[in-house]
Design a protein around this ligand. Structure first.
Ligand code: ZN
Length: 188
């Protein structure tokens, strides 16, 4: 039996009792489950751009004119979906004992000699969007770069109106930072 819109909404919000969740995840999915999920998510945001794919609890890839960008449910935009959205977020780095102890008091804290904890925060609504724990200097992790065209064309059989090459373009953001700061001085 197809999942009702109400049950789908409760599933998203974590309000369904576990036996019901188990029954849902154990049975074959309705063919249009993803589109119905998007419909529910679309009713929950105040902006008009079409949601193409959720990227977590607050972020979505949306269609904005001919562009595909990452957008927070508060309306904050993070640019082209092929550029790591984290590069447009606020970042709190916990790399010392005092800041780590704020989250993990006592001996459970990670060892600040081994790693750092980065908290990525939305500049629009201050929601904590993602936390990553990595060795010092590790590049910002690009969690997901979905190939939207392949997904819509091959899996949903509903191709998007225009196709875009799916490739990591995060370095263009960093290149722009460098350009904005001025070219470094060359050798004499
Ligand atoms: Zn936000």
């Amino acid at each position: 039996m197809p999942l009702s819109r109400e049950d789908l909404a409760d599933l998203i919000d974590g309000r369904l009792p576990w036996p019901q969740v188990k029954a849902i995840v154990s049975t074959p999915k309705d063919d249009d489950r993803f589109q119905r999920l998007l419909e529910v998510l679309q009713t929950r945001v105040a902006w008009a751009e079409r949601i193409l794919m959720p990227l977590g609890d607050h972020l979505y890839v949306v269609e904005k004119g001919t562009e595909r960008i990452v957008k927070c449910d508060c309306g904050q935009e993070f640019g082209d979906w092929r550029c790591n959205w984290k590069l447009h977020s606020l970042v709190l780095v916990r790399d010392g004992e005092a800041s780590l102890q704020e989250i993990w008091p006592g001996r459970s804290a990670p060892d600040p000699r081994l790693c750092e904890v980065r908290e990525y925060i939305c500049p629009g609504c201050a929601t904590l969007l993602k936390v990553e724990t990595v060795p010092f200097g590790y590049p910002v992790v690009f969690d997901a770069l979905p190939d939207l065209d392949v997904f819509y064309r091959e899996w949903l059989h509903a191709p998007l109106s225009s196709e875009s090459a799916c490739e990591d373009r995060s370095l263009t953001v960093i290149g722009q930072w460098a350009a904005d700061r001025g070219a470094p001085p060359g050798p004499n």
